[in-house]
Design a protein. Structure first.
Lengths: 547, 477
């Protein structure tokens, strides 16, 4: 009918229409050309949703962030996926759950890891569930796998900055209208902003991402945490979350936890998939703080009101801190253990019988009580004065890496951990840069200009082993954060006075603070850079699951 | 509402345009423009409508009272009232926070206070623009250049006309009001296509050029804040921000002009290839034209302009440019930026360089253009930076002379600037050759070239446009 009307209209009004088109021919021709271009690209290049998305920014100068690269890979994974079970959630799942291990233990089911990071937030995970169901026809069960301290709270909501990215690229109706030309943004930006021909792996992608690419596609979304060692230390009360919104009407039972979990549960219900809630184990050395009880109460309310949501492990499980690379990221050699743990949970969820053999009965654990030892956090300035001598040696060792990167001084290499040096030496560009810097510093020295460092503005904190089994009196650790000032200037040969010509402050945030091991020898603390590579400290012969 | 959002381009503008087509010949058309403009503005916060209404209502009635009054003293008092209230409003929102912070910082240093105080005052978008616009309304009535309007709706559609409400051009009532008051015919197909061309070109300049320039500049400032410095960083900021602010602001103006033209309204041109100026006075005739002519007409000329002695002229230039700097923002560096341009204007005037440049051969004029461009770029460092950045940024420019260990960064950062700068230079050169802007030249080319350009702008936006781009810079003024 429409065709008939259109043709009739055209035949009857061909002259008027022709005149109209002619009057606006600039726009008509441009619009038509754009339409043809889009169609041609769509037919010839057939770009995928990931390629058409704006998840990657392809900016001038600045590289992609790991979070965006991760989401991009997850979208690509979804387009090929045949999973029946997936996890979504924060980075505790991303780094802890290896589908290759899980899939060996769950029969005919197929699990894939779609966990992302805490800064996506619950809204993003809810959107992700809808997106995954629309792409993966075989999907039956979604596990919301989170770190218990990532339960919805005021703080958690503040860091959920990537939710709009997920919404705009996966869940918004505009997604359908994304231009096919988007698929060539990478090539265009490489040419325009770098004057380089595009390559698959290059400088605009981070090294971590290169590693992730190397791991694909076998990883099925799993990405192991970097193998750096955070010692068994007490990190104190890291979390002080507000779980209730003070603006909610008094007496309203809902809080952040209830509302955000309900959001995810609704998304799962809309998508027609079963939802399970599983918590990552928590490390023993982190004090949960005083907010555990209100959170627990609100979580219980949610569970009671939503019987359709499976919560197979009701108690928080605490693992020894040595099994973690970070607060909530399982260290690489324990990934198999957390993957087995998930597999056991999934078997129960899909109705498979328990596995034969000697495995821990994870479902019967009591809620653990954890007594922390005296955290003994003190300002290291004061502590160093009392306990470490000579102080300058320790500080030199602590900042050797920074000084080496700043000046390229080969003398600093003696104080830097071997794995770090090997890592630096493997990168030719870094080597060249450091050589060039050292030549420059030497040139400055010839002109009488020296580099000095002011350590006084740094906040240094001693952290100590707390796990009784692992505690060693001869080892402790120093955490450093804050500002270090490197000053360039001249020294007066007569008076020895130093005139500062320029100063370069370098800031270490608490998140990326240095943790430096110290060893007690002959009653004195000395820096022990080799300690960071000593895996024997973290070996776990008593691991119950290995027996 | 952002011009470079789908919300504006795909929803707001088409809907308002359709409604305009329906009500175009009725008396309701300016109600529509006023309501649409209020919605456009209120997207950023309904509360911001209050100062806009307060300033507009005051000047509407003061303008009428000035016109009715026969007493010169009373007329002057009424004008003073308008100036005082408008400037008080502007000062409260724009400068009080800075003043209080500066004052309490000083008191902290003198140990009279423990912590500095920073009052929470949000700056209503575009307050500097509409305040100047309503001020010109009363000032023009006072001078007898126009008669006050009796139709409040027409007047409000003039003050709040959405294409130019938030970041100009600052329109004079004598130019814009008559266009809004008359019954407008539907624009010709040629004008319609030109309006679309202006909007697409503006979007291209914003998301491809300005935002990518901004990305480079922001990256340098992020590094500065973490203490990382490399040779030439200051130069990258100067060039990058020069490109960013020009493309950003001229893009806004192009979209505003295009949007207004769809409603049959011609807005003032705000830019005319400013970076191809050879002298400071040429620059200010080509940069933010609506502001520079406003300041010329309402500040510089009333002060005496260049009619007095050389010393008086220099004084007038410094006062005018000081106010121009202050208009842009609260901060010592905005004032320094204004004074710096006052100094350049005075220098060229006193030394006679203005006249020398006019008489030089073409090739030497280009040398002066290059010099002027770099002088402008130097000023942009003041405009963009915080006081604590200055020594580091200028220091890195000096480091370029004998640096080799950090030159890698300089190259990496300059490459995108050169790519983007080449587009800006080429388009400006085309406009400059006809003493107009690129789009106006484009309009006179054969239709298929215009079509091809629209397709090219579209491809540019998709392929190189910055995602999650920034707000227009001049929104904050």
């Amino acid at each position: 009918l429409w065709l008939f009307i259109a043709v009739s209209f055209f035949l009857e009004n061909v002259r008027a229409l022709s005149s109209f088109i002619s009057s606006f021919r600039i726009l008509f021709v441009a619009g038509l050309a754009i339409l043809l271009l889009e169609l041609a690209v769509k037919l010839i290049a057939s770009p995928t949703l990931a390629e058409r998305s704006d998840v990657l920014l392809h900016e001038a100068v600045q590289g992609e962030t790991f979070d965006r690269l991760l989401l991009w890979e997850k979208i690509k994974l979804a387009e090929e996926s045949r999973a029946t079970i997936v996890t979504v959630g924060d980075s505790s799942g991303l780094h802890s759950l290896n589908p290759d291990i899980v899939n060996r233990l769950i029969g005919d089911e197929r699990y894939e890891n779609f966990s992302t990071g805490a800064n996506y937030g619950y809204e993003a995970w809810a959107d992700l569930i809808g997106f995954l169901k629309s792409r993966i026809s075989t999907l039956k069960t979604v596990v919301l796998y989170i770190n218990p301290w990532q339960l919805p709270s005021e703080g958690q909501r503040q860091i959920s900055v990537l939710a709009p990215v997920v919404r705009q690229n996966l869940a918004h109706p505009w997604v359908l209208l994304k231009s096919s030309l988007n698929a060539f943004r990478y090539e265009a930006s490489r040419l325009a902003f770098w004057w380089m021909l595009p390559r698959k792996q290059d400088a605009s992608y981070s090294k971590t991402y290169q590693e992730m690419l190397a791991a694909q596609p076998e990883s099925l979304g799993f990405f192991p945490e970097q193998d750096f060692r955070v010692p068994d230390v007490n990190f104190g009360k890291q979390y002080s979350f507000k779980y209730h919104d003070p603006w909610y009407p008094a007496g309203n039972r809902a809080g952040f936890i209830y509302d955000d979990l309900r959001l995810v549960a609704s998304a799962a219900a809309r998508a027609g998939v079963e939802l399970a809630l599983v918590f990552n184990p928590v490390p023993s050395a982190v004090d949960p703080g005083e907010c555990e009880d209100p959170a627990r109460a609100e979580l219980d309310r949610f569970i009671a009101d939503h019987p359709e949501v499976q919560v197979p492990l009701q108690n928080q499980q605490i693992w020894p801190h040595r099994k973690f690379a970070r607060f909530n990221h399982i260290a690489q050699e324990y990934v198999w253990e957390s993957s087995v743990r998930l597999a056991l949970i999934l078997r129960r969820l899909v109705g498979l019988p328990p596995l034969p053999g000697k495995l821990p009965d994870i479902f019967s654990f009591e809620a653990a009580k954890h007594e922390l030892e005296d955290p003994a956090n003190r300002q290291i300035g004061e502590w160093l004065d009392e306990n470490i001598s000579p102080e300058a040696d320790v500080k030199r060792a602590v900042f050797a890496f920074h000084r080496y990167m700043l000046t390229g001084d080969p003398a600093e290499r003696a104080s830097i951990a071997r794995p770090t040096l090997e890592h630096i030496d493997r990168i030719p560009f870094l080597r060249e840069t450091l050589d060039s810097r050292w030549a420059k510093v030497n040139g400055l020295r010839e002109q009488g200009i020296e580099v000095t460092y002011d350590y006084n503005t740094l906040a240094l904190t001693m952290v100590r082993p707390v796990d009784g089994a692992e505690s060693r009196d001869d080892i402790c650790y120093v955490q450093c954060s804050g500002f270090l000032h490197a000053s360039f200037g001249r020294r007066d040969p007569q008076s020895g006075g130093f005139t500062v010509a320029d100063m370069y402050p370098v800031f270490w945030s608490a998140e990326r603070s240095l943790v430096i091991p110290l060893r007690r020898e002959d009653g004195r603390w000395k820096a022990d850079p080799e300690q960071t590579a000593d895996h024997s400290l973290h070996a776990d012969p008593s691991n119950e699951a290995t027996q | 509402m952002k011009f470079n959002s789908l919300q504006y381009v795909a929803l707001f503008l088409p809907v308002v345009l359709c409604l305009y087509a329906i009500f175009r010949r009725t008396k309701a058309v300016n109600y529509l423009i006023w309501i649409a403009s209020s919605i456009f503005y209120a997207v950023g916060g309904v509360i911001y409508l209050l100062p806009l209404l307060a300033s507009s209502i005051l000047d509407f009635f003061v303008g009428a009272a000035i016109y009715k009054s026969q007493s010169p003293t009373k007329r002057k008092r009424l004008l003073q009232l308008s100036v005082f209230v408008n400037l008080a409003l502007l000062s409260y929102f724009k400068y009080s926070r800075w003043l209080v912070e500066s004052l309490t910082n000083g008191l902290v240093k003198l140990d009279f206070m423990e912590y500095p105080y920073s009052p929470e005052i949000d700056l209503p978008p575009g307050i500097s623009f509409y305040t100047f616009q309503t001020l010109s309304y009363t000032a023009d009535i006072y001078r007898g250049h126009m008669v006050p309007r009796t139709n409040f709706v027409d007047y409000m559609s003039f003050v709040s006309f959405f294409p130019q409400l938030v970041a100009g051009p600052i329109e004079r009532a004598a130019d814009l009001l008559p266009q809004l008051e008359k019954t407008r015919n539907w624009i010709s197909s040629s004008d319609f296509q030109f309006a679309v061309l202006l909007i697409v070109w503006g979007l291209f300049k914003k998301v491809v050029l300005a935002d990518n320039f901004g990305s480079v500049v922001d990256s340098v400032y992020n590094q500065i804040s973490t203490g990382t410095m490399w040779a030439g960083a200051g130069l990258v900021v100067a060039y990058g921000f020069a490109g960013q602010i020009y493309c950003d602001f001229s893009a806004y103006t192009d979209i505003a002009r295009g949007s207004a033209l769809l409603f049959g309204i011609n807005l003032t041109r705000n830019f005319l290839t400013p970076y191809l100026s050879a002298t400071p006075s040429q620059l200010w005739r080509r940069w933010h034209i609506s502001l520079s002519t406003w300041i010329r007409d309402y500040v510089y000329i009333p002060l005496g302009g260049n009619q007095g002695t050389t010393l008086m002229t220099v004084r007038n230039l410094f006062i005018t440019m000081f106010l121009c700097g202050l208009w842009h923002g609260a901060g010592i560096l905005f004032i320094l930026w204004g004074l710096y341009h006052g100094f350049l204007l005075a220098l060229y005037r006193v030394t006679g360089l203005d006249r020398i440049v006019d008489r030089t051969p073409i090739w030497l004029k280009w040398v002066f253009v290059l010099l002027m461009f770099h002088l402008v770029c130097l000023g942009w460092i003041f405009f963009r930076s915080q006081p604590e950045h200055l020594s580091s940024l200028f220091g890195t420019i000096g480091m370029l002379a004998n640096a080799d260990w950090s030159r890698y960064y300089f190259t990496v950062y300059m490459i995108p600037l050169l790519s983007l700068g080449a587009v800006v230079f080429a388009s400006d050169l085309i406009g400059f050759s006809r003493n107009t802007e690129f789009c106006d030249v484009l309009r006179r080319t054969p239709w298929f070239i215009q079509s091809a350009c629209i397709v090219a702008f579209y491809c540019g936006i998709i392929l190189l446009g910055k995602r999650e781009g920034a707000q227009f810079i001049y929104f904050q003024f």
